[in-house]
Ligand binder design. Structure first.
Ligand SMILES: Cc1cc2nc3c(=O)[nH]c(=O)nc-3n(C[C@H](O)[C@H](O)[C@H](O)COP(=O)(O)OP(=O)(O)OC[C@H]3O[C@@H](n4cnc5c(N)ncnc54)[C@H](O)[C@@H]3O)c2cc1C
Length: 403
């Protein structure tokens, strides 16, 4: 924590990315004005966060108070449940293969949001204005948010955490390529008669992934991606029929299923801005990258946005929104965001595609991963932290050459 008074930073948006950014930037010594409504209490999703993200949140004091409400992810499995001619074998990733106890933790969004809210309310460095930004005004060395309640806030940098339809991004003149998928996700939780053994299973189907993620006890969360019409039909079923459909899809892997009350639908889309910072605005979270929920990437990537941003603004304390600082942020985030966005969209498209070469490529990729342990280890390490898989291959090689 620095003793020097730093220039003010505005954070727009009170989803998980904005809350984490506000808290972490305040702890780094910056005065923060957080702008956005009360934290959402009705989000029934859960978020699988990988160990690097968990360690970062732990450093902010978020994890210990909620640990008992989270479930470890020790095994992650991909099952090709398509009925196509070309299918791949089941691929199983075990954290123990790369010397870890778990890949990460699955956290109910309501639990994570509540914990972030409690910490922010106790954080003297954060002033929270519970309203919306209606307009952004730009000057040479400041940026001002004009707010719905008639007040305004000025800072050196604005962190845009205002989600997929970010108005801060648009005001900064950053264009975005978007694509709406003919897919939606049905989200719910369910209990089951057989234990999940801390295993998450992603079933790949012709309409998208069907992903079960463990919760504490004999409960799991489900993200069922299908066409919007199918999702509407599923969401309208009574509990007994929906439970039966979930159990069928899971090939009774977890025994008898009983869905719990409360279902939500999320339409799926993809979006990639042309830049990740410009005109005193830095994009984080879904303002910076939108893609379908495959392989638990979204908020993990959002947390890496926050980590990189803190590193850069801490080296530019005189003017964290300067051109040099924003250019560094844009440069640093590009490879990671492009790689994750590209991989997730490609995998999703290869599932939907009826084209044989696309199915062949996906199946061949998964078959090689399933059968070749060193490649699987590389993939798992890269999944946790970009660059760490390759670094580990090089250090193994160095070790072998030394011997
Ligand atoms: C079904 C599903 C499952 C997922 N599972 C996972 C997972 O397992 N692991 C993972 O890492 N990721 C997962 N994700 C992705 C993850 O949920 C998102 O990355 C994350 O929620 C994005 O958070 P955010 O804060 O960027 O955006 P949002 O949560 O959309 O928050 C945006 C905020 O901005 C506010 N806002 C909007 N306009 C304004 C304004 N003008 N002024 C002020 N505030 C404004 C809104 O009120 C809101 O508070 C999943 C996504 C889906 C859809």
């Amino acid at each position: 924590m620095s003793n020097k008074t730093q220039p003010r930073i505005l954070v727009a948006g009170t989803g998980p990315a904005g809350l984490i950014a506000a808290l972490a930037l305040a702890r780094a010594g910056f005065g923060i004005t957080l702008i956005g409504p009360e934290v959402r209490k009705d989000d029934r999703r859960t978020t699988a966060l990988m160990m690097p993200a968990i360690q970062f949140l732990d450093g902010l004091g978020i994890i210990e108070p909620i640990r008992t409400k989270t479930a470890p992810l020790r095994v992650m499995r991909i099952v090709d449940a398509t009925k196509r001619l070309i299918r791949s074998p089941v691929v199983t990733f075990r954290a123990s293969e790369i010397g870890g106890q778990a890949f990460g933790l699955n956290i109910p969004n309501g639990v994570l949001n509540d914990a972030l809210e409690v910490s922010i309310n106790a954080e003297p460095g954060v002033e929270w204005r519970k309203t919306l930004v209606t307009r952004w005004e730009f000057a040479d060395d400041t940026i001002t948010a004009v707010l719905e309640d008639g007040s305004s806030a000025t800072g050196s940098l604005a962190v845009a955490a205002d989600g997929r339809a970010s108005t801060a991004r648009e005001a900064a003149g950053i264009t975005t390529t978007t694509h709406r998928y003919e897919q939606a996700a049905l989200v719910l939780t369910f209990s089951h008669s057989r234990g999940h053994a801390d295993t998450s299973t992603e079933f790949h189907t012709e309409t998208g992934p069907f992903t079960q993620v463990p919760l504490p006890g004999d409960r799991s969360s489900l993200v069922w991606v299908a066409t919007p019409a199918e999702v509407d039909e599923l969401a309208a079923l009574d509990e007994a029929e929906l439970s039966r459909r979930v159990e069928d899809r899971m090939q009774s892997m977890l025994g008898r299923v009983a869905v719990e009350p409360g279902r939500q639908i999320y339409p799926l889309s993809a979006g990639l801005p042309a830049r990740f910072a410009q005109n005193r605005v830095a994009l984080i979270g879904e303002a910076a990258h939108i893609f379908p929920p495959i392989g638990a990437q979204g908020l993990n990537l959002g947390i890496r946005d926050v980590q990189e941003l803190i590193d850069i603004v801490s080296k530019n304390t005189d003017d964290p929104g300067s051109k040099a600082a924003l250019a560094a942020y844009d440069r640093r985030r590009r490879p990671d965001i492009f790689a994750r966005t590209g991989a997730v969209n490609l995998l999703n498209l290869s599932l939907l595609s009826n084209v044989i070469p696309a199915q062949l490529a996906r199946s061949a990729g998964l078959t090689v991963l399933g059968g070749f342990a060193p490649l699987r280890a590389l993939f798992m390490r890269e999944g946790l932290r970009p660059g760490s898989g390759l670094r580990s291959v090089f250090s193994d090689l160095r070790e072998q050459i030394r011997r």
